[in-house]
Design a protein around this ligand. Structure first.
Ligand SMILES: Cc1cc2nc3c(=O)[nH]c(=O)nc-3n(C[C@H](O)[C@H](O)[C@H](O)COP(=O)(O)OP(=O)(O)OC[C@H]3O[C@@H](n4cnc5c(N)ncnc54)[C@H](O)[C@@H]3O)c2cc1C
Length: 447
């Protein structure tokens, strides 16, 4: 069986790898000149700089399996497990293993109310799977902000969840489902630990792509049904195939599928998923000289989140030396991430102007960095993360049910068809591969 995978991000590569292992002849068609999409790493002055995705977690089941399969376990490194949130203009550091450290941010009574109501809601979720967003459909019925105001209070909303939801996904709690809030709490309850890869997260997509037939610099334009199979039309030519996994962000997938002249078995849920909106961000990577020292509260932190009540342009700071403590020399490396509105406002500015905004913005917490910057690099992400509005988890569950019943041979994958992070993208790729295999083998056995 011939299969074509469109897009060499972690979703497409995972799907392709699983299909190849199952005996399919797989071709991956990718628009850019490298694998990994939003999970890529650049080497700058000997430093591995993660361009998009920054952190992994010990709860990332599919990614961990892939790392094992590719003998990359030695790449795995734990961050310091200490992070900070700004309150009253000061970064307050907290240990991930000590949930009560959050008392620095909100009253203990609010934390207890939160814990009680989370426990009650958790009973509605049958399978609390932090890799599969569809499994949270039962609690995907209210906004995160609405639920928190009712059950935990405004301070928990503004100083715990808003900075996390914006710092991780660049979106507001008002446009985010309670389902994603429950997922965040599940990571906490399960004591998940924050991790990274020694040579950058791009190492994993690189390894996958190295074992697959990937055709680079060949954007796919359309997919046509032709004589019982499919013709994938890319700028570099046409690939004839028995099944397709479309693993590109929703707006690109919509363009490809809508330009296709023939119906491709897309049900209503698939069409709705293709309308998923995305948040934007810009990541400014700064390599600093050896004279720079992290201020005291941040000395052992791998990250800093800035709540909307306290921030200008920067929502999150990754402190690379503490993210990968064993991989660094003395020089400090920071990743400064723009909040969604600021990213939209500055997306087309030139690089120097963006760096300037970022450095000015973090001055209250990190001091005057401009004197210390040796190198900087700007990564623009107009489609940084899929928004998890109320209903997305339910939509994914419905779409997956449709695929199980009707076995379409054009299947969607990507973080908008799963959790809105690398693990969700990989899990959606794994799911798409098994869905397509079932559809194709069903037909061949019937034939
Ligand atoms: C700034 C930032 C920080 C993040 N931080 C984290 C984090 O800390 N932890 C985490 O787990 N996740 C994080 N994420 C999210 C994570 O990067 C994504 O969820 C994940 O990488 C998405 O993978 P994907 O395969 O679905 O899509 P993508 O990585 O976007 O891959 C899609 C691929 O399709 C290709 N493509 C597009 N159009 C076409 C076409 N027409 N034809 C062929 N190919 C095409 C693209 O070039 C790309 O390679 C972050 C994202 C950003 C932007």
């Amino acid at each position: 069986m011939n299969v074509t995978v469109v897009g060499a991000g972690i979703a497409g590569l995972t799907a392709a790898w699983r299909l190849q292992r199952a005996g399919c002849d797989v071709v991956v068609v990718e628009a850019s000149d490298r694998p990994g999409g939003r999970m890529t790493t650049d080497l700058i002055d000997g430093h591995a700089v993660d361009r998009g995705a920054q952190f992994l977690s010990t709860r990332y089941r599919v990614i961990l399996d892939l790392l094992r399969e590719f003998d990359l376990e030695a790449q795995w490194c734990e961050s310091t497990q200490r992070s900070a949130i700004v309150k009253g203009g000061r970064p307050l550091a907290m240990e991930a293993t000590r949930p009560l450290d959050a008392r620095q941010l909100v009253p203990t009574a609010s934390l207890l109310r939160l814990a009680w109501h989370r426990w009650r809601s958790a009973r509605r979720v049958e399978r609390a799977d932090t890799s599969s967003y569809a499994s949270w459909a039962a609690v995907d019925d209210v906004t995160l902000s609405g639920w928190l105001r009712q059950h935990a209070g405004q301070d928990v909303l503004e100083y715990i969840f808003e900075p996390m939801v914006h710092g991780f996904y660049f979106q507001t709690p008002e446009e985010t489902s309670f389902a994603l809030g429950m997922v965040l709490m599940e990571f906490g309850v399960r004591r998940s630990r924050t991790c990274a890869l020694r040579d950058g997260l791009g190492v994993l997509p690189q390894a996958l792509a190295g074992r697959l037939d990937v055709r680079y610099e060949s954007p796919v334009i359309s997919i046509e049904r032709r004589d019982g199979c499919f013709a994938v039309q890319a700028t570099a030519g046409v690939v004839a195939t028995d099944g397709v996994v479309v693993a590109v962000p929703a707006p690109m997938a919509k363009r490809i599928l809508v330009s296709s002249g023939t119906p491709l078995d897309l049900d209503t849920a698939a069409r709705d998923l293709l309308l998923t909106e995305y948040s934007a961000s810009i990541n400014v990577a700064c390599l600093l000289d050896e004279a720079f020292e992290l201020p005291d509260p941040l000395r052992c932190c791998y990250g800093l989140l800035v709540p909307r009540l306290e921030r200008g342009a920067i929502a999150a700071v990754g402190i690379e030396n503490n993210k990968r403590p064993t991989a660094h020399g003395r020089a400090c490396h920071l990743n400064l991430m723009f909040d969604a509105d600021a990213a939209q406002a500055h997306m087309r500015d030139d690089e120097a102007a963006i760096v300037d905004v970022a450095l000015r913005d973090v001055r209250p917490w990190l001091g005057d960095l401009s004197r210390h910057v040796r190198q900087s690099r700007v990564f623009r992400w107009p489609l940084a993360e899929p928004k998890s509005r109320v209903g997305r988890a339910r939509l994914i569950a419905t779409y997956r049910q449709h695929c199980a019943c009707d076995g379409p041979k054009v299947v969607l994958a990507g973080d908008y068809v799963g959790m809105p992070f690398t693990e969700g993208a990989a899990e959606s790729g794994e799911w798409a591969a098994s869905s397509l295999l079932a559809a194709m083998t069903g037909e061949s056995s019937a034939a």
